[in-house]
Ligand binder design. Structure first.
Ligand code: T1G
Ligand code: NAD
Length: 705
């Protein structure tokens, strides 16, 4: 029996003199080829039917149109193109009205701006976020938005990628009317009838002017270009937006559209587009872990946090910000007072900046309770432990939680490195123990590694993913090993950086090369920010089990032995005069490095920035392949999202595994084999990398579960 014919992507129905075209392309009415064809047919139908005096465009489901279908990019284009659809809508001889609810983004807003009248419902969100995908508006947005909003507000909207609410959209001239009630179709229809009653005429956006004072506009764009070049260092599409708008000052509308299209296609060809779109979809795939598909989460209405230090306090704030009550347990009253102060400090700063009222502060802190008695955690649905990184202390805390917490409570640890299977084995309910690895500061950093020990129940894993959604975190499922996904791979490329430093590159050259790659900071700036003492403690913990054949660079230890931990001690790899947060190179550090090279019998040599980047990334990708091969990460995209949201990896490169695919796995493998000539132990090519290269496959081929 044949499958029922799919409903057309655009359905039309006549309501009196108004033809209503409703878009049906769940989940977000993306402008797929079927939708584009349906829109064109609707315009032709409206034109051809003498009974029809106006055309209303409205979206079914949760929004108007979320833009072009991003999945089509990089594939052969299918007609009609979106610019053609928008131009046809604008050219319609009968008024076209767009009734917007939910998202009208990118191409979706371009369709609305090509219409002659726009109405926004209270939940509408309007924007041109193409820049976040490495693109520019490619269907008239760079020409129509300035004509509706004014040049500067329009350019800022396109460069920021932010979404405007209905009221802001009305204020800026993007829409003409706010719709009442919750039914966009009904509100749109009412508006269409009012327009017809008022004998409203076709009003084409293209007839408006891009700028009343062209020279003033040119000067404004010059200034914006200069600021953008500094702010978006290394990004391709932002400056193309400015260029596209500027072309409209000198070219007739149609020619300016053609110029916009050329710039759009240049962005489509840029590797940054591929990296940013990969990041977009990867962030949406990581939430789809096997356990979330088939298991319902347990409800979390109250949370306990054990430990009120750097992480405990940040985690408490993240939970309070999500609207949940928190009970913090500390060792003693003094430590508890410190924990409470760490929490209050965050809200005090917001009040001081005028971003939170005193009442709101009081309301949030009313949901915070401090205690030194574990019994006060008896009613918690979830407890997150963030005490010292010491297995004995962890075991003691979990024994207490096992004693006091109610059946069904989820017991989570925030450990960075310790064996969660061992922690779970220490309690009577290992099925309820899971790793929730937040990143510092926990109330800011988006990444949450959900570490899945062997005996945890799938329901508890589903609960952790649901918690991440509640806290607004980006969850990544990780297996148990030393450092899980992120810190394990970090340890490898940090070693590669230390080898470069001992072999001749200065920490400042390495940081510069890594920044040139797109990172906000290099590894030695990060070490100074986080504190060198944390890494030192880890190296000491690992010393007894370190492979004696493995190369070990002692430079970091030399600095730590001097108490040079970084910003918190006024010096580390950099000097921080008078407590400034910007470090300056330290000649004494260079002298220590020279002394260590002599001690190790190393004759230093020069490294180009490109060589530094190749070794840094090769170490990252190679260990990433090992993490994949061992099943610690489910897919390469999980590693990409981990590094995008937890380790500052440049988003336009899509993440380390995506970057490796862009470069070509054969080239990465060739690099590793070259480097192995000096150090075959460290540079052992991952068997998975060798296998993929052998099969001519890339990491993306492993991204489907
Ligand atoms: N194309 C294809 N799929 C899309 C999509 C799109 N534009 N937007 C969302 N999806 C999928 C998404 O992958 C997910 O799929 C599901 O919809 C729900 O999304 C010519 C070139 C609209 C604010 O940048 O910002 O137009 O995982 O989980 O949190 O000038 O999606 O369920 O299989 O994010 O409620 C410009 C992108 C495109 C907007 C909804 N538009 N989308 O957020 O749900 S470029 C955008 C969003 C363009 C033109 C140019 C958000 C949302 P799955 P979701 P959400
Ligand atoms: P911290 O030293 O700042 O705080 C630890 C707190 O735990 C202290 O306030 C201490 O009083 C309290 N504590 C110790 N024993 C206790 C007990 N038996 N009962 C109740 N409270 C007790 O440490 P931190 O940096 O917040 O790290 C906490 C955990 O989070 C560690 O496992 C660490 O590895 C992990 N972590 C740290 C970071 C980071 O960047 N600092 C990032 C991710 C994970």
């Amino acid at each position: 029996m044949s499958s029922p014919a799919a409903a057309p992507a655009v359905q039309t129905a006549r309501h009196g003199a108004v033809l209503v075209a409703t878009l049906h392309n769940p989940p977000v009415n993306a402008l797929s080829v079927e939708v584009r064809r349906g829109l064109l047919q609707a315009v032709e139908q409206a034109e051809a039917d003498p009974e029809v005096r106006a055309l209303l465009l409205v979206g079914a489901g949760r929004g108007f149109i979320a833009g072009a279908d991003i999945r089509e990019f990089g594939k052969p284009p299918q007609p009609p193109s979106l610019p053609d659809v928008c131009n046809r809508i604008e050219a319609c001889s009968k008024p076209v009205i767009a009734a917007i609810h939910g998202a009208a983004l990118g191409g979706g807003l371009e369709v609305a701006m090509a219409a002659h009248y726009r109405l926004a419902m209270a939940d509408a969100r309007l924007g041109l976020p193409e820049v976040q995908l490495g693109l520019i508006p490619g269907a008239g947005g760079t020409q129509r938005a300035p004509r509706l909003m004014g040049l500067k507000p329009a350019v800022e909207l396109m460069l920021s990628g932010r979404h405007l609410g209905a009221a802001q959209a009305l204020e800026t001239g993007l829409v003409d009317r706010l719709g009442e009630g919750g039914d966009a179709a009904a509100a749109g229809l009412a508006y269409a009838h009012q327009l017809l009653a008022a004998r409203a005429v076709v009003r084409r956006t293209c007839d408006g002017s891009l700028a009343d004072d062209v020279e003033a506009a040119r000067a404004t764009l010059q200034q914006i270009r200069a600021e953008t070049a500094t702010k978006t260092r290394g990004l391709f599409s932002p400056l193309k937006i400015v260029e596209a708008v500027e072309a409209g000052l000198d070219l007739p509308f149609e020619d300016a559209l053609r110029h916009e299209r050329q710039l759009f296609l240049q962005c489509i060809d840029s590797p940054q587009r591929a990296g940013l779109i990969h990041a977009f979809f990867a962030e949406r795939e990581v939430v789809k872990a096997p356990e979330t598909r088939d298991h319902a989460p347990r409800p979390i209405a109250s949370v306990g946090v054990v430990g009120g230090g750097t992480m405990g306090a940040g985690i408490a704030v993240a939970v309070l910000d999500a609207g949940l009550p928190v009970t913090m347990v500390e060792r003693d009253a003094q430590a508890l007072a410190r924990g409470r102060a760490n929490v209050e400090k965050v809200y005090d700063a917001l009040v001081a900046k005028g971003r939170l009222s005193a009442q709101a502060r009081a309301a949030v802190l009313a949901r915070f309770q401090g205690s030194t008695a574990y019994a006060d955690l008896a009613g918690a649905d979830l407890v997150i432990e963030a005490v010292f990184e010491d297995i004995a202390v962890k075991h003691a805390v979990f024994a207490e939680l096992d004693r006091v917490c109610k059946p069904g409570a989820v017991l989570a640890t925030n450990t960075s490195y310790l064996d969660i299977d061992a922690i779970a084995a220490g309690v009577s309910r290992p099925q309820d123990v899971i790793g929730l690895h937040f990143f510092s500061p926990a109330n800011i950093m988006k990444l949450l590694e959900i570490v899945v020990p062997a005996r945890v129940s799938p329901e508890v894993v589903a609960t952790a993913f649901d918690l991440a959604r509640t806290l607004g975190k980006v969850p990544v499922r990780a297996g148990v090993c030393d450092g899980f996904i992120g810190n394990r791979i970090l340890a490898r490329y940090r070693q590669a950086a230390d080898f470069l430093m001992e072999d001749g590159a200065s920490p400042y050259e390495i940081d510069e090369a890594v920044r040139a790659f797109g990172y906000p900071m290099g590894p030695y700036q990060v070490s100074d920010l986080a504190g060198g003492d944390i890494g030192w403690a880890t190296r000491k913990r690992r010393a007894p089990t370190r492979d004696p054949r493995a190369r070990y660079v002692q430079i970091p230890d030399r600095l730590c032995e001097r108490g040079w931990f970084g910003q918190k001690t006024g010096r580390g790899y950099y000097l921080y005069p008078q407590g400034s947060r910007t470090g300056v190179p330290d000649p004494e550090v260079l002298a220590i490095i020279d002394a260590e090279r002599q001690r190790a019998g190393i004759r230093p040599r020069r490294f180009t920035p490109e060589e530094i980047q190749r070794r840094y990334l090769a170490a990252m990708v190679n260990e990433g392949a090992n993490v994949l091969r061992e099943g610690i990460a489910l897919r390469p995209l999980d590693i990409d999202v981990t590094f995008l949201h937890g380790y500052g990896f440049p988003r336009f490169r899509g993440g380390p595994m995506k970057y490796a695919d862009t470069v070509g796995l054969d080239r990465v493998l060739a690099d590793i084999c070259e480097f192995a000539q000096d150090d075959p132990l460290f540079w052992q090519p991952s068997p998975l990398l060798v296998e993929l290269v052998g099969q001519g496959r890339n990491f993306d081929s492993l991204n489907r579960l």
